[in-house]
Write a protein that binds this ligand. Structure first.
Ligand code: NDP
Length: 281
């Protein structure tokens, strides 16, 4: 049974979902369909992933009621201007075949683009909350200074900050800044895109619990209070990754995994202050 986490806007989010980064568009309907069969109801996609249609097809084909799903998408880097926020949000809903989206995020702050004006982007995204088609507004890859700025200049605190976090990169700066503002942390690449799965210390903890390394890592995230959505294309791993709510790590085991943090060298993705990729078209 997946637990839920309360958000600062009065809504709640399932603590574990299904990630869809790098799932090819033409396979997404089938793979997300398998994830739904396995029991996933929270799905994380993005305009940038090019697979929103497949996510929508899988949801429609499941026959499960809309209200039982929690669907997140993210604003693409080329869409930060206010008109593009509104226009592409409409496109996202159309591609997903949904009347409302649970959570929409600014995917990257892009402080070096758009004259550094991610505040206007945030205002436009918050503006989507007014007509019922968006339930919750959040950000992704926002560093502490980015959070301070949007909060100071708009007075609106994001409900979530989706940031890279896993045992090799705890990302304490962005994580603690988020938590101090009452923002729930979503940990992207919770398995370090696979890098953490061969860790010998976590293997020892896994042996103690008769669980897999992946299950121990996901349990560590859950016990920290963060939201996760591991990605896998394999049904047996979809099942495995869901089974993390029937055991607990001890305080010593949590500390042993905390101690694996490598700081900046542990990152698997780009630093948000440097990332300026804008897809063509
Ligand atoms: P993950 O940390 O979820 O790792 C995925 C990798 O781990 C895949 O290679 C997968 O392989 C493997 N894997 C998954 N489960 C298991 C298991 N039980 N045993 C062994 N191997 C396993 O990486 P992601 O980068 O996909 O992150 C998760 C999600 O976070 C994304 O899909 C996306 O939704 C989101 N994200 C958001 C970003 C942002 O900027 N906001 C950036 C990156 C990710 P296989 O498929 O072969 O099983």
């Amino acid at each position: 049974m997946v637990t839920t986490v309360a958000l600062n806007d009065g809504t709640a989010i399932p603590q574990l979902g299904f990630g869809t980064y790098l799932i090819p568009a033409e396979q997404t309907g089938i793979i997300v369909g398998k994830a739904i069969e396995a029991g996933y109801r929270h799905i994380d996609t993005a305009q940038m992933y090019g697979n929103e249609e497949g996510v929508g097809q899988a949801i429609a084909a499941s026959g499960i009621e809309r209200k039982d799903f929690y669907v997140t998408s993210k604003l693409n880097n080329g869409n930060h201007q206010a008109d593009d926020v509104r226009r592409t949000f409409d496109e996202t809903l159309t591609k997903l075949g949904l009347e409302y989206l649970d959570l929409f995020l600014i995917h990257w702050p892009l402080p070096m683009l758009y004259g550094g004006d991610f505040v206007s982007t945030w205002k436009a995204l918050v503006g989507l909350l007014t007509d019922g088609r968006l339930r919750t507004a959040g950000v992704s890859n926002f560093e502490p200074a980015h959070l301070e700025r949007i909060i100071d200049e708009t007075g609106v605190v994001p409900a979530v900050n989706q940031i890279e976090a896993h045992p090799y990169f705890a990302n304490d700066g962005a994580r603690q800044a988020s938590l101090s503002h009452g923002i729930v942390v979503e940990a992207w690449s919770p398995l370090g895109q696979g890098a953490v799965l061969s860790d010998p210390e976590i293997a020892k903890v896994a042996a103690d619990h008769e669980k897999s390394v992946s299950q121990i890592i996901l349990r560590w995230h859950v016990q920290r209070g963060d939201v996760v959505f591991p990605k896998t294309t394999r049904p047996e791993r979809m099942d495995e990754n869901l089974q993390v709510f029937d055991f607990s790590l001890t305080a010593d085991q949590m500390r042993a995994i905390d101690a694996l943090d490598r700081g900046e060298v542990g990152r698997v993705g780009p630093h948000p202050n440097d990332f300026d990729y804008v897809p063509i078209g």
